[in-house]
Design a protein around this ligand. Structure first.
Ligand code: MN
Length: 132
């Protein structure tokens, strides 16, 4: 189980991400306003941050830079979610310090695969119960 901070202002996406991550055994914590995201990250100490780029008040890019500048959070993996599809945006997002990038509309399979990769979870099928 991983603690995953979700920074997203779209209520439907918040519900989708939280439901998906909880179904995979994780502990999601949503934040809908970029202004509160860094404080929440500092108190929650997530294993992964998933952030929308188009946020009110503080953009996802600013948030990624703030996380990278924080001594306690600088190594936490970050996955950006954005409606922007342009390659230039992906470069800016990666340059800011995000390791992964998924574009909306979200492919559930791709989303889960990226989360697993960032958490170092192998996406293999369950092992056979050899010792039962
Ligand atoms: Mn948004």
């Amino acid at each position: 189980m991983a603690k995953i901070l979700i920074v997203e202002d779209n209520a439907l996406n918040v519900k989708l991400f939280c439901d998906l991550l909880a179904a995979h055994g994780h502990e999601p914590r949503p934040v809908t306003d970029g202004r509160y995201a860094l404080g929440e990250a500092i108190s929650f100490q997530p294993d992964l941050v998933i952030t929308d780029i188009q946020l009110p008040h503080v953009t996802g890019l600013d948030l990624i830079e703030m996380i990278r500048d924080d001594e306690q959070l600088k190594d936490v993996p970050i996955m950006a979610v954005t409606a922007y599809a342009a390659a230039a945006d992906e470069e800016r997002i990666r340059a800011a310090g995000a390791q992964a990038y998924v574009s909306k509309p979200i492919s559930v399979a791709k989303f889960v695969a990226q989360v697993n990769e960032l958490l170092g979870i192998e996406a293999t099928v369950a092992k056979a119960p050899e010792t039962i």
